[in-house]
Each structure stands twice: as structure tokens, then as C-alpha cells.
Write a protein that binds this ligand. Sequence first.
Ligand code: HDE
Length: 728
Amino acid sequence: MAKSAKTLSKRPGSSKDVKSKEQPPVADFDVSTMYGEEQGSGGETHQTAGGDVATLTTAQGIPVADDQNSVKQGARGPALLEDGHFREKMFHFDHERIPERVVHARGYGAHGYFELTESLSDVTRADVLQRVGERVPAFVRFSTVAGSKGSADLARDVRGFAVKLYTQEGNWDIVGNNIPVFFIQDAIKFPDLIHAAKPEPDRDFPQAQTAHDNFWDFISLTPEAMHMVMWTMSDRAIPRSLRTMEGFGVHTFRLVNAEGKSTFVKFHWKPKQGLQSVAWNEAVKINGADPDFHRRDLWDAINAGDFPEWELGVQLFDDAFADSFDFDVLDATKLIPEELVPVRIVGRLVLDRAVDNFFAETEQVAFMTQNVPPGVDFSNDPLLQGRNFSYLDTQLKRLGGPNFTHIPINAPKCPMAHFQQDGHMAMRNPKGRANYEPNSWGAAQGGPREDPARGHVPVPMTEDGPKQRVRSETFADHYSQARQFFMSQTPIEQKHIGDALVFELSKVERPDIRSRTVSHLLNIDATLADTVADGLGLDMPDAAKAARPTIMDLPTSDALSIAKNGPDNFKGRKLGILLTDGADAAIFNALVKAVDSEGANYEVVAPKIGGVTLSDGTAVAAKQKIDGGPSVLYDAVAVVASAEGAALLAVDAAAKDFVTDAFAHCKFIGLTADAKALFEKAGIADDLDEACMPLAADKDAVAFLTACRALRHWPREMKVDLDAQPAA
Ligand code: HDE
């Protein structure tokens, strides 16, 4: 179609381009202070054709005249050793990398704040939990566990959810996951678990995947992992966004009040955005289309002023509850159902500022479970005890010395004083004469002193028993809560768990490992075991020997399902609009308006990145060319095409994939009458269902966006999946 003369003012191709939202307010912590004067906008300036700019210097501050050429003896002669600028630049470059985290290497962080909404002064003396309305700065790092630093975001994996609260009584790290239980009960098994999950040592693959022999070999020999496996095979392990996952402290901790009374506590972070996940086939494709899907989503949301928020919830309980509970509260493979101990909401965590520099902040942040303020203490959970020992070692290895607390992201934001000194990169050596205590140098020169009233005091527990390597007999039930989790899922969620197990085990080569895994499933749910054995074409093995019989009738818990805890709006999600030349301008405008009023975003996908010209002559820029904007990148899609446009799209493989994938992933689809030609060529025109909604007039746009609030049209999955078909 010829471009009309009216195309001068171009509409933006995505809602991100439209809104010029205000920048988030800068929180207390300003990383720029770490750079001193010589970097960034500081330092000497000089004039260039483009205006005043900072003068390039060496790290020693010596102005650089020429950064394009090394010093040579003659234009074609040898380079000279005296070239200090060259040597310094290369030396620094050669040392840019630090070891990646041995687990949780792939991560993304953001700043924000924590605000107390309900005082916990009755159960804890922790300063940060006293006064309603008070805020402290926070830094959160989300991560996958198994993949290396450059791996893709949507691996099937647990997500780390590590929170650092910069309180007035020091840093409090809640180093949790998006799953409330763990694979193992005793920290001594952690190296084995991680070795088994990482790429196999001889071949160094597969990357960021548990679908391989070593992982399932270990798991099938470790029945305590079965509860966690149910979670990692569920859609919890493929979240739609870092903003749509829960966080859990996992272990039982203690809160301690001013009288020294201790109460057990489990920590929960509940996303205001609701729980949302993607489909597995979608995750696989997202990893190819945009391996940075999660970090881009968080970055975009925060920079658009759509700040993600979580509520802090606590489950509080005493010894009497712990003694009466079916399971041991020290066993990290168990959770406490919310129906049994309600989650009390006491605060909110808001992420409102992206990092200035990924390395300085996200890569160098050092979380440690042992960082707890007075008023918070540990339980005897053997996994937690092992973690308290381990995290300091990892920081020393990664950050290169004992002074990693001098790095701004790790430094407390409250007054601090101690006698630790020297070491690599020491930036804060104590002043004055005394560097030891006790000393007799008096208040002015003698340095800090202990404070028995303010200081951290462990709960004076009396422990007794023989010294032995042993696992408590109270940790022996491995299947009951796995079953409870499975039974608490909606049918489509149960199907996804079955599908995931079949997928993972189909990548396992040894039949005995597949079989051994199914033998555990028999202790969880016979139908699930049947589905998986059938999906693998496996003879049903005998059930695994269980130390404790499965409790078959634990009550189900709605809190465990994603589907039952989804959002009730389309806010913060993204509509992909496939647009062609000549597309109906009124319908496009109505869609954009409806997206805006939902507080959602859109992106225009078009045959050419230069954009399209609508029916009224308006030019619209594209955000993505079809090949670069597959429908997996969007929560819902609309195809707004003219007859000529649809005919062109119908010959394009990427355009056909756009609609067949959106359909297969059970997305809501809006389409104009002319767009149907594309669906016909893609072979799905006859299957369109009630979630494929006609866009004939403006008002249809509102109805479509309202329908999109539901996450997906899951009933469709039964029609598009071979595994869902009744056996012939
Ligand atoms: Fe970690 N874990 N972990 N872990 N973990 C690390 O610390 C470890 C465990 C978790 O964004 C390491 O700084 C042991 C459970 C998160 O920087 C390391 C054991 C849970 C992060 C380490 C566990 C976690 C880590 C690697 C068994 C959920 C990323 C780099 C007892 C409650 C933090 C680092 C970030 C990171 C050890 C088990 C969560 C090696 C020994 C259970 C979210 O120290």
C-alpha cells in the first residue's frame, strides 16, 4: 500500500515510547559516591565540538591525549614498554572478571525500600520491625540456581529471592527462594545436589537444565527431595516475571522480644502483581527469542515507574505448635500450610530503582544468612546452620578479600565501629590510637565498646545429646507433603507437573533412573505415576520403599496453587499487536486506549521495523520486526491487519508462528475480520474458540482487554496437546 502524504507525525511503536513517566525518587543509597571525583561527570572538563566533556585520564589521574594508538618507535615500528596508559588499560581489562557464584550465578538486582505496616514489637526487638510507616533501604537480587552467569532467564529452575535490608541495626539478609521448601535436609548434601544439577563434568552440558541423567540419578536416590521436585516440576519454576513470584525464607527462624521470649517464624514475600507463570513450550522459545526476558522485564517496569511490590508476611508459632505439627519445623523439606498458621502481613517491599552499574551492585552484592539484627535468631535447622557457615567463604573467594563490606552495596547504612583493619583494598581503617580492646585510652581515643543492652544475644537454648552424624527420625516422612502439594493444584497445573516430569525424564538416558523416579511418584499419587510411566512408555515399577507411609488425607491448600492466586487485572503485562499497512486505525487506537486504561503495555510488531501506515494515513513505528517479536514475548496478542496486509503475512513463516504459538500457548487473541486469512494459512482458523475474540469495532477492544485479565484460556490446552488426548 502506498504511503499517504499524511504520514509525517509518527506514532510510537510501544507504550514504553509513549509514556514519559517520572524517574523514580533516588533512595538513600548513592553508588556514585564510590567512584570519587575522577569518574563519570566529575573531574576536569574541556571543550569539544559537542560541548564540555570530562577529560579522559588514566586510573592515576594523568590526562590522556590519544586513546586510539599505542606508543611506537616510528609509525610502523615496535610498541614501547614505557606506554603506561596502554599497560594500565590492558592490565585492568585482563582482570575484569571475578569468579561467578558457584550457584545462583545468573541474577538481577534492584534497589527499593521496605516499609513496616504492622508492628511486631510484641514478638521481636528488631528495630526495623517496631514502628509502622518507617522505611529502610533494600536491595533484592533474583536469580536462577543452576545456570552460569550467561545462561538464559527462563530455565526450569528454582529462583533465588535474596533481600538485603539496610536497617539501623545493621544489614539483615533474608536469602530465600521462590519455593518454600528445599531438596535436602542437611547442608552436607549441598555439594552433591549442586554437582548433580550442574552440567555433567566430562562433557560440560547440559547448561542450566535439570533434564539429564546425573540430576535425576541423584534425585531418585534422595527421597527427601520429592516434595521440592513437585514444586520444580510445577509452573513455579517457569515464572512469567520476577515480579510475579513469591519469595520464602524457607527455614524456620526465631524472633526474640525485649524480654528475651522467642517465637518461631517463617518469612513470606507475596507479590502484589499476583502469581503468574509461562507455559513450558513457551519458555523454551522465549529463551531463544530473548534470553534476558526476566531482567529486561524488571528493568523496563522499574524504569517506566511501574514499581513491583511484595508484602512481607510472617507465620508465627510457638513450641506447642511445633510439637503438635505432623512434621518437624526444623526440616527444610516441609512447609507449614497457611491454613494451619495464617500469614500475618506486616510490611511492604517496593523496588523503585534499577542499578547504576550491574557489576558494582548486582554482581558484588554479598548475601549471608548469618546477617540478622538483634531480635532475629536462628533455629537448629541443619540446612540453615550449614548455610550460616558457608556464605562467608563464598564471599572471600568471589570478592577477593575480607573487606567486601567496604564495597558500597555491602556496607551497612547505619553507624558502625570495630577494630578490624588492613587487608586487601581496605578503605575504612579505624582512626585513633587504639586498635584493640579492652584498652585504657578513654572515650576519645579508645574506640568502640560492647553494648550488652543493644547487642545481638543468642537465644539461650539448652542443647543436649550425644555427638554423632545422624539425621533426626522426625525428618523421615518424604512423601506426604509432596502429595499435599500435588493434590492442591488445579487439574491444568497437575497436568503441567506430569508433562514436566515426562519431559525431564525423556532426556534421561538410563531406563533404571526413569523407573526409580516413577517408583517414588507411586508414593505421592498413583495417577501421576501412571501418567508419567505412560508418557515414557515404561512398565510400572514397584513403589519405592518408604521410611514412613504417606499420609493420604492431608487437607489441600489453595495457597499452593498459582492458578488460584493469579492477578485480577492486566496491569503491567504486555499486549503484542501485529499490525500491517492499511490496518483499521480506529481499532488500533481503541486497543491502545484500552491497554492504557488497564495500566498495561503494548508493542507493535510489523513486517518492517520502519512501521506501517494505518487506514487513516497515520504512520505507526514498529517496536519489533515479526522475526524479532514472536508472540512468546507477549501475554496476549492482537492481529490488526488489512486484507492486503493479511495476504502478505499469510506467506510469512514467522507470522504464522506468531499466531500458532499464541494459540498453542492458550493466549487470548484479538483479530480483525481481515486478519482471518493469516489464521487460515496457519491452519488454525477452524479451531478458534471463545478466547479468540473478534475486533470489529472500538468497543471490542475493551471487551478483549477485559478477557485478557484471566491469565490464559487453559481449556484450549486439552485440544492442542497430544498428551491430553484420550488413548486410541
Ligand atoms: Fe545458597 N548459596 N546455599 N541456598 N543461596 C549461595 O552464596 C549454600 C540454599 C540462596 O543473589 C552462595 O553468595 C549452601 C537454600 C540464594 O547473591 C553459597 C546451602 C536457599 C543465593 C551458597 C545452600 C539458598 C544463594 C553462592 C546448603 C533458599 C543467591 C554465592 C545448606 C533458602 C544470593 C553466594 C545472591 C547463594 C551456599 C542452600 C538460597 C555458595 C551451603 C536452602 C538466593 O554460599
